[in-house]
Design a protein around this ligand. Structure first.
Ligand SMILES: [Zn+2]
Length: 459
């Protein structure tokens, strides 16, 4: 095994423009995939490229023996598009180091964290080539497209993956470079779109106004009915499966290094929307939501136009928590909308995708949790390693975002995840000038090296 330099390796990795969603970057995807596969082969992994309808999944294994601890490391080699290019201070795929940060698309999401895991492993394997730890890498190429091929991947490989004890993921965030968060939950997601149809074409509002139901009015009535005055969602069954917030969760959040004024000025909002019983920082983690993310219909040009529009549409997304089920929530929302749609218009519903929420309760936080000894130990080893390298114990927090594939690993292969957040708000994920903090990268590498060493110790 020839050791690689972590920073130089990340720089090389960032040069491959691996934008999954755009066919023009096909070569970049291939190059990034081969690069990662090569690194893993060099570390002694047997590497398979699993073909999908779009971008192959890298499945790599280091198997050292039956009955040994076995972890899965998940990451993705694809990145978001770099547009708008003119807002970058250095080219998106020509990485540059400035002020202790490495700039480039994918530096934080998720190439930097992938190199962190690999560098840590390399360090430990060069000390102990026989490290008693089985490791499976799953690095997909469609995360930024919503992981469309992963369900089929699980059809074929979930049994093999289920032999592992648990997984590590570093595709979540932390509030600052010295306060690491271990994410304990991700919200689920439901998408749908509704169209309200009235007359077959726009009508003259003088000739027909008053006699024909206006689809925009009908849509507004439906949408207004979806929330109660206190901000809660007004759909029967919507809250089924939402669990109570535990004391420790509120306590952890009190240690979060961001106060409300800072949060408000960061967002440049004149005030917060305040759902009942939750602070804004709590609401984004603990509550499910129903949001209209786009709506339209009728005349959108300058001035006015005297018409009754022929149709109107709205796009709806829900974020789910705890045991809420994506398919059930989708059905509840559609049923409520159908029941509330006025008679004089027709309703069309397009179901989008859905994903369940995921949560893992750290065993040291709640006695009620059933969890394997291995996971228990992995949590405590991770906590200690973070304390040692970052000087502070990690915060255990739910996150508002969704990584549907993590719930799939749990539901399809029974794997719980320890999600160690390595990107921070300064990293500009998905935006121009994405970057990754080099000191954090080094500390995180040392942290994961400690974790791998401990997990591979004979017990
Ligand atoms: Zn990511």
């Amino acid at each position: 095994m020839k050791n690689f330099d972590p920073l130089e390796t990340l720089i090389s990795y960032l040069r491959f423009p691996s934008v999954s969603t755009d066919k023009e970057f096909h070569e970049g995807m291939k190059d990034a995939r081969n690069f990662v596969g090569g690194l893993l082969e060099n570390m002694g992994f047997s590497v398979e490229l699993i073909e999908t309808e779009c971008h192959p999944v890298i499945l790599a294994e280091r198997f050292v023996g039956e009955d040994l601890p076995h972890i899965v490391l998940y990451g993705h080699y694809d990145v978001q598009p770099a547009d708008p290019l003119d807002l970058w201070d250095s080219a998106a795929f020509e990485p540059e180091i400035r002020n202790g940060r490495i700039y480039g698309r994918g530096s934080a999401d998720n190439k930097g964290p992938t190199i962190v895991h690999m560098s840590a492993l390399q360090e430990v394997l060069s000390e102990q080539p026989d490290l008693a730890l089985n490791i499976t890498y799953v690095i997909e190429g469609e995360e930024e497209m919503g992981s469309p091929s992963m369900p089929k991947f699980f059809d074929r490989y979930s049994e093999r993956l289920s032999k592992a004890d648990m997984m590590f993921v570093s595709d979540t965030g932390s509030p600052t470079t010295d306060q690491i968060v271990i994410t304990t939950a991700l919200r689920g997601l439901v998408e749908l779109e509704i169209k309200v149809k009235g007359p077959k074409s726009d009508l003259h509002s003088g000739i027909y106004g008053g006699a024909v139901y206006n689809p925009l009015h009908a849509l507004s009535e439906i949408i207004a009915s979806l929330h109660n005055e206190d901000g809660s969602v007004n759909i029967p069954g919507f809250y089924d499966g939402v669990s109570k917030i535990e004391h420790w969760e509120r306590d952890e959040l009190k240690r979060y290094p961001l106060n409300l004024e800072e949060y408000q000025s960061m967002l440049e909002v004149p005030g917060f929307y305040e759902p009942r019983g939750f602070s804004p920082l709590e609401a984004v983690r603990f509550e499910p939501t129903l949001e209209i993310n786009g709506m339209g219909g009728g005349y959108q040009g300058e001035g006015t136009k005297t018409i009754i529009p022929s149709e109107a549409f709205a796009k709806i997304t829900c974020r789910l928590v705890a045991e809420q089920k994506g398919d059930e929530v989708q059905n509840h929302v559609i049923k409520a909308i159908e029941e509330r749609c006025p008679k004089g218009v027709k309703l069309e519903v397009r179901r989008g995708c859905f994903a369940n929420a995921y949560s893992v309760i750290p065993p040291n936080k709640s006695e009620a949790v059933e969890c394997s000894n291995f996971l228990k130990n992995a949590f405590s080893v991770t906590d200690l390693a973070i304390q040692k390298q970052f000087g502070k114990s990690p915060l255990y927090l739910r996150e508002g975002g969704s990584i549907p594939v993590i719930a799939d690993f749990k539901n399809r292969a029974g794997l719980d995840a320890i999600m160690v957040g390595l990107f921070t708000p300064e990293d500009n994920l998905h935006a121009p000038n994405e970057s990754f903090d080099i000191e954090l990268m080094q500390k995180a590498t040392a942290t994961f090296a400690d974790i791998f060493r401990s997990l591979g110790e004979p017990r």
